[in-house]
Write a new protein. Sequence first.
Length: 395
Amino acid sequence: MKKVKILCVTPLRGGIGHWSRCLIEELDKLADITIVTYRKKRKEDDAKPFTRVTDDFILEVINPERPYYIIEYNNEKSLEDLVRLTDKIKPDCVYFVMWAGRQITWFLKEYSKILNKKNIPIVLTLHEAYPQIVQEGDLKLFTDAYVCADHIVVLTNDELNDLRNAGINIPISVIPHGHYHAMNKNKVDDRDARIIVSNHLSTQISDTTRVILFIGFIRDYKGLIHLIRAAPYVLKKLPETLFIAAGSIELAEKPLQYQNEIQKLGLEKKFLLFSRFVEDYILFESFFKVADIVVHPYVGISQSGTMFTAIGMKRPVIISELGSFIVKLKKQGVLFTSKPKDPKSIAEKIVYLLTHEEERKKLAERAYNILKKEYNWKKIADDYLTIFKEVKSKL
């Protein structure tokens, strides 16, 4: 039987790149996939355009020669190049993976209009329907970019409600984020991780030190400032605790606020910042493996790839109770939740898990097994294939 031909447009960097890699791995078994990605996603890429995939996790599935590196956020010619490729490929459906990036809305809008004229259906996945930090005009800007799609996929019911409230009435499906168990390569054990992280942070993490980890891009809505403010409450009861925050600070709104708060609270030796993108995989895994708990003190987010990564590394998770998806995972016994913007609430959950070792281990194991069963990529790929076939059949 002839496979459905899909032209897949997606970022191949960072969290969405990891997500796309997992989905493409399964879709490749079901459909004929052509991949298009970005040369420039944002202004910062002007000086150093993205030319090929280098992420080891993505390279397990996607050869760097496979994608077409076409899209540039500020270049109308790149739209013309993609249209020419589309005419050459003649896909049954275009699949566009979108994040809440204002700079690319024009591209999606114009490309969708062209596809409509060519009678080629387009399916969108929106990792966030609208930006976490909303600016004037954002609602209309993004909504106008979405309305030309034939079908939209979101990861949570909250995002579905946001789109419906914005007046979008085209078909929308909810397909949750898949697990990231494949990111756990077991290249380091817990003891090795302490040595590796100690060397990178120029400190000494002993076997008796309890480690709390924050990891990922550092932005205001990720709530790192509230974890810093939670640290004194934890240290008062458990003084041998060490806090580590690892992740790129290049997009941070106020990058100096974190180190300033650490100094203000006298936490220089107890709260360590590794404010760079963790590119080396051994170090990446080591940060998770050194952690007794991974904390996500978010103040505004619908889902989290780093949360799924932590669970895949068999680490217990504390996350702000935001949205229906987090509430569902809490009810399933997958994670602990804290109140958003509440350092004392975060601290109380940390202290509880650190002082209940057996429960902490059971939480991590239970979460790993539930995600493996209920959030697997084969099922997700099957759901997408059904959508691709449906939009094709309606032409």
